[in-house]
Design a binder for this molecule. Sequence first.
Ligand code: PNS
Length: 167
Amino acid sequence: MNASSPVVAIYPGSFDPITRGHEDIARRTLRVADRLIIAVAHTATQSKNSLFDVDERLELMRLVFAEEDRVEACAFSGLLVDFARARDVRFVIRGLRAVSDFEYELQMAQMNRELWPDLETVFLAPEVDYSFLSSSLVREVARLGGDVSRFVSPVVAQRVREKLAVG
Ligand code: PNS
């Protein structure tokens, strides 16, 4: 990399669905990176508990970031390091909400570094208002009839309602 190369980062995750917290981390990343690839993992997404399939998550991502041409959303399967290497990207972004996230995140970062030493994981702290927020809680609240419209973008809230109405 030379001084004039654009800084590109990958923000990987399940994003089922994308929350305001994820959006916040993505927008913060754009303060320090020129471009962001949001990478929706196939491997982590096939649980019984999932709400949206990978294509639906990608569509939501593209709708949420429709105004932001520096954000690209795509799916990946297999190892994150292989995806990053194939795209020639050396920064991975992860949000750290609380100390409870730390152990898992550090483990992943160190494993990824073992697998590809050129890959750096950068942790960003979300807005404090989102520090309790997770996709799994959004799914649970929505499935139990709660209102999730404060926690996700309007387009996501609408899709969640539609999905649960037909599901
Ligand atoms: O939003 P999540 O579920 O916490 O994201 C976890 C994710 C998808 C980033 C992680 O499971 C991952 O990178 N999966 C890809 C497979 C892989 O590379 N596993 C080894 C990571 S140490």
